[in-house]
Design a protein around this ligand. Structure first.
Ligand SMILES: C[S@@+](CC[C@H](N)C(=O)[O-])C[C@H]1O[C@@H](n2cnc3c(N)ncnc32)[C@H](O)[C@@H]1O
Length: 250
């Protein structure tokens, strides 16, 4: 299994929360065109792809992992405005200058960012934009703080790595995009507790760092959550992202 192989996580990935409606709206509106043509990179099981389709975009969804892509294809089947491709951020296989927007939904951190930004700039029209977004659980919430403490007691070196880092230096360093605007939109996601605990099984960052302890850490999280909440859990999230226009060459 390679560092970012999502095969074992695919089955529970769709249980993860959607991105904040307002964050997706801002990204789509910023493009300034009525039906943006979007390349959604690392599209996975189609979370951001579905949001983009709902906002009137036509989407080329690029995903290297077969298990993730086939769930994404199934979730978007029957939608004429989406096409799926096997490819990567660094080598998408998509044409040059044909997209108004290139998006990375929780996938920018899985890429080699320099080559991924060069590929994004190549795919964009002269007035195109790139956006990368993640959903972060609010760790100041009491339940989330307890889960965090539990994880750190079992995996002391646990770190979110570049998932929670400021992406603007990498975007600026590419020299291909103008300075990025940060997006932050909070929301609550309410769902059956069983689904939310099952979604922990698709937590790639925890899986990579917990290694052989992953199953038992997730089982402890499940036990803790069962003890604290009823059948439904309300989880506070913030969608955090960066949005940058391609640097004009004319
Ligand atoms: C955390 S998932 C995000 C999926 C989806 N975009 C979403 O918003 O839920 C990250 C995805 O990036 C994919 N990925 C890993 N390495 C990649 C790369 N080099 N280029 C593009 N995608 C990659 C993984 O297979 C996985 O499906």
């Amino acid at each position: 299994m390679t560092t970012w192989d999502y095969t074992l996580l695919a089955a529970t990935y769709s249980l993860r929360p959607p991105y904040a409606e307002r964050a997706v709206e801002r990204i789509v509106e910023t493009c300034g065109v009525s039906r943006p043509r979007v390349a959604d990179i690392g599209a996975g099981t189609g979370h951001l792809t579905l949001d983009l389709l709902r906002h009137g975009c036509s989407v080329d969804a690029v995903e290297p992992n077969d298990a993730m892509r086939s769930i994404g294809q199934e979730r978007t089947s029957g939608r004429a405005a989406v096409r799926w491709y096997r490819g990567t951020a660094e080598r998408s296989g998509l044409p040059t200058g044909a997209h108004d927007l290139v998006t990375f939904g929780s996938s920018f951190n899985t890429t080699d960012t320099g080559p991924a930004l060069a590929e994004a700039a190549r795919m964009l029209t002269g007035r195109g934009w790139m956006a990368c977004v993640w959903n972060h659980r609010r760790l100041d919430d009491p339940l989330q703080a307890s889960i965090e403490a539990l994880i750190r007691s079992r995996v002391p070196e646990y770190s979110y790595g570049s998932r929670r880092a400021d992406q603007s230096p990498a975007i600026e360093a590419s020299g291909l995009f103008s300075p990025a605007t940060k997006i932050e939109e909070s929301f609550h996601h309410e769902m059956p507790t069983a689904d939310w605990t099952a979604a922990w099984r698709s937590h790639a960052t925890l899986q990579r760092q917990a290694g052989p302890l992953f199953d038992s850490v997730v089982a402890d999280i499940e036990a803790l959550v069962r003890e604290r909440v009823g059948d439904t859990v309300r989880v506070p999230y913030v969608t955090v992202g960066w949005l940058a226009p391609r640097r004009r060459t004319d």
